[in-house]
Design a protein around this ligand. Structure first.
Ligand code: HEM
Length: 482
């Protein structure tokens, strides 16, 4: 009896202490915290779980955007977090600087599989600069031109499948994803997943499984060890991915010895040497980077191409102008038709795949109108700046013509590949592979939307990587008779 009473009173004390601590913390966060004067939702001021929950529920970007519309260009979205949506803070947060805002470990650390960093996940400035140097040749504008022949032969295979449908309704969603998965795996692993064959590929499925949940691991590291559902599946997939990429690297080294190795990103990684640090990539670094190229490079390009085809097909007059231009300019693939670029920019403005939060940490400096203390997580929301009505007239309207005389503010606010030292390293590769695909499609086919594609299906799902919610795009591609 006494023991029970003792236990009860201990439990009551513990519960009361936790409650009092929680209350004091809440009072501190709302009334005494250095960020107390910034506007924002009460729940966000109280706990970072508020934003974590919106990520888990698949509406983090949309929630942030709504908060900006309600509270203005700067919102306190977490106890220690500020979100911006104006022009002035873009450079302060993402631009080159002697006091840079480095990537936030609470977000990016989740993206490592082995504990070793990739160029995407590294939050240390020196480590990142070294990796960018090691990768710079392969990803440069000149470097990616060497991949064109390989890319073009995969695009040919894609076109044959499109042509085989002979104008009947065809779902381009999976097909286009498979194309970019094959291109990226061919370049990053030196062996294509062969997704265009329609056969399932274990490594591709494992990468999907792992990266569906790993963004949560930065915020909730223990989630890696949860023994159920997607968390368990991710844990089981992880060693398989590592083994599979290591096998690709070993096979590639053998090909190099035999003189049969292809020219791709893996070759650049194996051969690159950084003269400044006198180092090469370790195998673990190559594994992390190869997998990140698949994640960052294939879905992003596929989504952009799908939305471009969709937005054009909905507007036959615009589409015809693009088709005419492409048919004149192509096949000289070094020529980038201006109108095509304008269309891509407008597609990326409204339908860009990576418009979600890109969090950085303030080093302690003025951002916007005020000093932001060191350690505060800051970001500037691309989804919001792309839709700023003061910069883009009628912001939700798809109007490629607006880029024909773009204002400086438009160019600053639209940054689908972001800016500064952590901008998209794959930008040139993305441009080449998307251009080849889109141009050859318009060159060889007359494209139109099939009735089963609806606007609802093409709404953007908000899971970090934004993509059509319906996971389908039905079109008709009639081969041209010329
Ligand atoms: C339409 C296509 C693409 C878009 C819109 C896009 C957009 C972006 C954006 C916005 C970032 C910054 C993300 C952040 O700071 O959190 C980024 C980073 C990155 N992207 Fe892309 N990307 C595309 C294609 C590619 C391709 C094809 C590759 C490579 C195969 C690639 C590889 C990367 C990598 C490695 C980073 C991290 C760079 C660093 O931190 O230094 N991306 N991309």
């Amino acid at each position: 009896m006494n023991l029970t009473m003792d236990l009860l009173s201990h439990t009551t004390w513990l519960a009361c202490s936790i409650l009092v601590y929680g209350l004091l913390l809440a009072v501190h966060r709302v009334f005494f915290h250095p960020l107390r004067t910034y506007p924002g939702p009460l729940l966000g001021k109280l706990t970072s779980l508020y934003m974590t929950a919106t990520t888990a529920l698949g509406h983090n970007t949309y929630t942030r955007f709504d908060l900006h519309r309600k509270y203005g260009p700067v919102v306190r979205t977490g106890p220690n977090e500020l979100s911006f949506a104006d022009q002035d803070t873009i450079k302060a947060i993402y631009g080159q600087s002697s006091e840079p805002c480095l990537k936030a470990p609470s977000f990016y650390k989740g993206f490592t599989m082995t504990g070793t960093e990739s160029v995407f996940s590294s939050t240390d400035r020196d480590l990142h600069v070294r990796m960018r140097r090691l990768l710079s040749n392969g990803f440069s504008q000149k470097g990616v031109v060497h991949f064109e022949t390989d890319i073009a032969s995969l695009v040919e295979r894609y076109l044959r499948i499109v042509g085989d449908a002979a104008g009947a309704p065809l779902d381009l969603y999976d097909l286009t994803h498979h194309l970019f998965l094959d291109i990226t795996s061919h370049l990053a692993f030196a062996r294509s997943f062969d997704a265009l064959s329609g056969r399932p590929h274990q490594a591709a499925a494992d990468i999907d499984t792992y990266f569906a949940v790993c963004p949560m691991f930065g915020q909730l590291p223990l989630a890696r060890y949860l023994p159920f559902g997607p968390f368990r599946a991710a844990r089981e997939a992880q060693p398989r991915i590592i083994r599979s990429v290591q096998a690709s690297i070993d096979a590639f080294r053998e090909q190099l010895r035999q003189g049969t190795a292809d020219n791709g990103l893996l070759r650049h990684m194996v051969e690159a040497k950084d003269s400044e640090s006198d180092t090469r990539f370790s195998d673990l670094e190559m594994i992390e980077n190869s997998v990140i190229f698949i994640i960052a490079g294939s879905g992003t390009s596929a989504t952009t191409v799908l939305y471009l085809l969709y937005e054009m097909a909905k507007r036959p007059a615009l589409q015809q102008r693009l088709v005419d231009e492409v048919r004149q300019a192509f096949p000289d693939s070094t020529v980038f038709p201006d109108y095509d670029v304008a269309n891509k920019l407008e597609t990326l403005r409204l339908r860009g795949p990576l418009q979600s939060v890109a969090p950085r940490v303030s080093p302690g400096k003025v951002i916007g109108k005020a000093f932001v203390p060191a350690g505060v997580v800051v970001s500037n929301l691309q989804y919001a700046t792309h839709r700023d009505p003061d910069v883009f007239a009628d912001p939700l309207a798809f109007q490629p013509q607006r880029w024909e005389d773009a204002t400086p503010a438009m160019k600053t606010m639209a940054r689908p590949f972001n800016i500064g030292p952590r901008n998209c390293i794959g930008m040139h590769l993305a441009r080449v592979q998307m251009l080849l695909t889109v141009c050859v499609l318009y060159q060889r086919f007359d494209l139109s939307l099939d009735l089963r594609t609806t606007d609802a299906m093409m709404e953007m799902r908000d899971l970090g990587l934004m993509a059509p919610v319906g996971k389908q795009l039905w079109m008709r591609a009639v081969p041209r008779s010329v």
